[in-house]
Design a protein around this ligand. Structure first.
Ligand SMILES: [Zn+2]
Length: 102
């Protein structure tokens, strides 16, 4: 019996990101989105989706568990996650971060 380990969701559509931004109240002036970490605003299409509670800890893909970060902050955050992950040895699937190409 093959057990599926969640569904890989590597790409987020603009629509997805807009839903998250509205849900999290991250919409700023001119429709730009405010990064939760650095507080600067960026166009929606470059923002990256981050899981507030990682999937590995039971987090979901629901807007209530998602936030938008700018690429620089998301990279920093996932680097931290990776370091912590090394110590606790999580499933490698947990490393997947949304890959967004413009
Ligand atoms: Zn940022």
């Amino acid at each position: 019996m093959v057990k599926k380990k969640g569904r890989p969701r590597l790409k987020w559509s603009l629509k997805d990101k807009e839903i998250v931004a509205r849900y999290q109240g991250q919409i700023g002036l001119f429709g730009n989105v405010i990064c939760r970490i650095c507080g600067r605003s960026f166009p929606l299409d470059i923002m990256e989706v981050d899981h507030i509670k990682p999937i590995s800890q039971g987090g979901t893909d629901q807007p209530s568990n998602l936030q938008l970060l700018c690429p620089a902050c998301n990279r920093k955050k996932s680097r931290k996650k990776t370091q912590r992950t090394k110590v606790t040895a999580y499933n490698p699937l947990d490393f997947r971060a949304p890959i967004i190409r413009i």
